[in-house]
Design a protein around this ligand. Sequence first.
Ligand code: URA
Length: 237
Amino acid sequence: MTDFIRLDKALSNMGAASRKEVKEAVRKGKILVNNIPATSSDMKITATDELVINGIPLKYKKYEYYMLNKPAGVISATTDLKEPTVTDLISSGRKDLFPVGRLDKDTVGLLVITNDGALAHELLSPVKHIKKTYFVRVKGRISEETYNIFSAGIRIGSEQFQPAELVILKNEEVSEAEITIYEGKYHQIKRMFEAVGNRVIYLKRLSMGNLRLDESLPEGKYRELSEEELLQLKDRK
Ligand code: URA
């Protein structure tokens, strides 16, 4: 099915021009759709139409998908009065971008930023059990029982956490592990380790579904997902 969208809505969603600016540019004949001057700002366009605005070619994209290597100190929200947010780091100009889920302010690593609400809903739905793998550094040694406790599913107070997979990489005064969880409860990994006597001192998300963080992406940087990565994100087997 072809998706149609109003010219002014498409351009303002993409951050290319406000609706008022589109109206003005159309009046001056400065917007071309397939090489023909647009006649009204509410005309319908599709992703295959060639647009030129003030001499600059542009392709309408309904959805955009970015991989961000989230740095520490930035909150997983779209706007905040005091703190920098993850969408402030994306300079695509789009106004409708949001992060798919949340990482704590001090957590780093993979965060998908998009405007595709349906995909985000699928990925975050608790019944879909999308797997998420993290690298974690904790204070102290990780006891042998922790593996069994996590794989059985730990109960903390009145809250039951689903089974998680733990791979211990280093077991010393400061220990390191990879942990895979299938849900996304508030401070989940920090609380799980706290419950077995280890305080998390560093947390980095490595993957979500089958999508892995591109380790060549420095913290704070982002790039568009490739077609293949988008398929990996959508493929939840
Ligand atoms: N678990 C946490 O404790 N924090 C995160 O940011 C993600 C998972």
